[in-house]
Design a protein around this ligand. Structure first.
Ligand SMILES: [Fe+2]
Ligand SMILES: [Fe+2]
Ligand SMILES: [Fe+2]
Length: 431
């Protein structure tokens, strides 16, 4: 059985981003629903492409999670359309399996004439997302006011939206009653609109890494910590001769173990020092948040590995206070990998611990009966080899984030110079 089946990928994405801001997730789902129906009538995309574009639509505002625009975005009156469009584009292009469609997000607030002038790739995708986005905003505010919506679309014809896309909307609305369904607040199950093209194991892995990378919307060091924990766990599993299936459980258990941290306030996550008991209590809830994300969507052996990464052999860990006999070797491996990763990590208040200090802390914890001695021994024996594997995997991801930051500034300068569309003075506040 796969660790996660394709259909559950969208569930994991929704649950994870819900912890950042559920309003954006709901908007993303409604836009994905509209886009799926528009694409169906358009007929240009099928199968995997169609499915990818629904994911893209769901994630079209993903950049807003990073660019402090959330409060403005959820009012849907943002004047400056570029920050979240550019960050979303860069994130999707570099850190998701949807890279080839990322232009559709970059240009999702751009009018047809400018898009044509830029000769942008994915032009029709950008226009369809743009249209779906504005229709959702309109219907959210006005209900199923078809004449009002038509008046807005006609005013936008040839400006914000190319005429063919306005007509595409009318055709899809006539066929699926989009306006009525949206206004009825009918919950749109994302899985219902997908053609259910199975993702390969490689694609599932890429989607799950994308989820890990979204933790950066809160905390970049947690992403590095996750990569480090995963690669240490992988190496130990291999060195201890775990079977292929168990190695997979360990890999994904480690990879997903701190996903719940996306729901912890940044002030606590990034606090430069020892946390107060109150703040620590909040921090500890990341385990149950991880449980809320993974529950029922990820295979249970993997989920248990993720949820037990703070348990200790003597029962002093959390959240369950389990003791040694209740913890499997796979779970114990991730517990130790998590500690090593934390010790090796650089934080604002601490330098990375050198090898000797890291090993002496591990030996001390072993002596106190907290962690598994066999796992610690393997790490001590192969420390340098494990660390070079970790570096090999962290380096390209850190380079990608640096690239995103650099390109973000550049693109913002370039595109801001093009200006933004202004609201129509006579029309409603949807530009
Ligand atoms: Fe947007
Ligand atoms: Fe949007
Ligand atoms: Fe961790």
């Amino acid at each position: 059985m796969p660790i996660v089946n394709s259909a559950n990928i969208s569930v994991l994405v929704q649950r994870t981003l819900n912890l950042v801001d559920p309003r954006l997730v709901d908007h993303g789902l409604r836009v994905a629903y509209l886009v799926s129906r528009l694409l169906e009538v358009q007929g240009r995309y099928t199968g995997r492409d169609f499915q990818d574009l629904c994911f893209l639509a769901m994630l079209h505002d993903v950049g807003a999670y990073k660019t402090d625009e959330i409060d403005r975005m959820v009012q849907f009156e943002s004047e400056n359309i570029w920050e979240h469009s550019i960050y979303g584009y860069l994130f999707l292009r570099r850190l998701s399996p949807l890279g080839k469609w990322a232009d559709g997000v970059l240009f999702h607030h751009i009018g047809a004439p400018l898009l044509n002038a830029l000769d942008a790739p994915c032009r029709d995708v950008a226009q369809i997302i743009n249209l779906a986005d504005r229709v959702d905003v309109f219907v959210s505010d006005h209900g199923p006011d078809r004449p009002g919506l038509s008046a807005y679309l006609e005013r936008s014809r040839g400006g914000r939206f190319g005429g063919e896309f306005v007509d595409l909307f009318y055709a899809a609305d006539a066929r699926f009653d989009l306006t009525g369904r949206l206004a009825g607040g009918e919950a749109v199950a994302f899985t219902d609109i997908l053609p259910r093209v199975s993702l390969s194991d490689g694609d599932i892995d890429t989607y799950l890494w994308m989820l890990v990378y979204t933790i950066d919307f809160r905390s970049q060091h947690t992403v590095t910590h996750t990569i480090t924990t995963t690669r240490i766990s992988d190496a130990v599993a291999r060195l201890m001769g775990m079977g292929p299936e168990e190695a997979l459980h360990i890999h994904y258990g480690a990879m997903l173990h701190d996903l719940g941290k996306i729901g912890i306030p940044v002030e606590i996550l990034e606090y430069p020092g020892r946390l107060s008991p109150q703040a620590m209590a909040v921090m500890r809830t990341h385990v149950s948040l991880t449980g809320e994300i993974l529950g029922g969507a990820v295979d249970s052996v993997t989920t248990q590995i993720a949820l037990r990464h703070h348990e200790k052999l003597d029962g002093s860990g959390y959240p369950a206070g389990l003791c040694g006999a209740e913890l499997t070797l796979s779970q114990r491996i991730v517990v130790v990998a998590d500690i090593v990763s934390a010790l090796l990590g650089t934080r604002s208040y601490k330098d990375a611990y050198p090898k000797e200090k890291t090993l002496s802390i591990l030996r001390e914890q072993t002596a106190r009966g907290l962690i598994d001695p066999a796992v610690v021994e393997v790490i001590a024996l192969h420390f340098d080899e494990i660390l070079s594997e970790v570096r090999e995997h962290c380096t390209p991801v850190l380079a990608a984030y640096r690239g995103i930051t650099a390109e973000y500034g550049e693109l913002l300068r370039t595109y801001s110079a093009l200006g933004t569309e202004k609201r129509s003075p006579s029309g409603p506040q949807y530009h």
